[in-house]
Design a protein around this ligand. Structure first.
Ligand SMILES: [Zn+2]
Length: 224
């Protein structure tokens, strides 16, 4: 079976989503783009605790199954849609993580409330894609529009989260940061009115981070 290493990465990140509590049951999904431009995506309705690399489904960029005995994730159109509009993206993670999804259900995008948000988006803000039915091409379009050309994370209204990265571990690390930022923003909003960073302050951090941590480009969790 082709792409064994990448299949292992997808399955490993799916398990880490469960272990970290970011995903419960089968509500999240993970994908990675192969060197040939096809997509490996977690299957629908299987417990990630028992997910094996060979269970990961290979689909083409339109979402048609190329190889795999199981059905691909019902959110496959969103994954392939993001790959079609973001040529540099190598992995996508989707969750219903609690705090980020709470904000998504409140209709609150995340403003520049903490400097670590610059690892998710150059302007320190996490956008909110409008609601539409899960698993649709329309949702793929809304998510792609919200991510734009350079954003690494967005919220899906009344639904959940999307993060992207060069590879599955990077997209996972960004999901961890997104959930942490969402919890902080939620808690500050409950306690009062959060102090927001200015565009100049965000710019300074973005410049610093882009030249920082180069020994470990795969990780965003060791930054300050
Ligand atoms: Zn979902």
């Amino acid at each position: 079976m082709k792409h064994h290493g990448l299949r292992e990465e997808v399955a490993h990140v799916a398990k880490r989503l469960i272990d970290s509590g970011l995903v419960t049951g089968t509500s999240g999904n993970v994908s990675a783009r192969t060197p040939e431009g096809e997509v490996l995506v977690t299957p629908s309705g299987i417990d990630y605790e028992v997910l094996e690399p060979e269970d990961v489904v290979l689909v083409d960029i339109e979402g048609t199954v190329v190889e795999g005995a199981l059905e691909p994730s019902s959110e496959t159109p969103m994954h392939t849609g993001i790959y079609r509009v973001r040529a540099e993206v190598g992995a996508v993670v989707h969750t219903h993580s609690i705090y980020a999804t709470t904000l998504a259900c409140l209709g609150w995008p995340i403003p520049p409330v903490h400097y670590m948000l610059t690892t998710l988006s150059g302007d320190g803000q996490v956008p909110l894609a409008p609601y539409t039915t899960y698993g649709t091409e329309e949702l793929a379009g809304y998510a792609g529009d919200a991510l734009g050309e350079g954003c690494n994370a967005c919220l899906l209204q009344n639904h959940g989260t999307v993060t992207v990265g060069a590879h599955p571990e990077e997209a996972f690390a960004r999901t961890v940061v997104l959930e942490e930022m969402a919890e902080i923003y939620y808690r500050t909003r409950i306690a009062g009115e959060p102090v927001l960073l200015s565009p100049g302050q965000i710019e300074e951090v973005a410049a610093k981070i882009s030249g920082y941590g180069q020994a470990k480009p795969a990780s965003t969790d060791n930054r300050g």
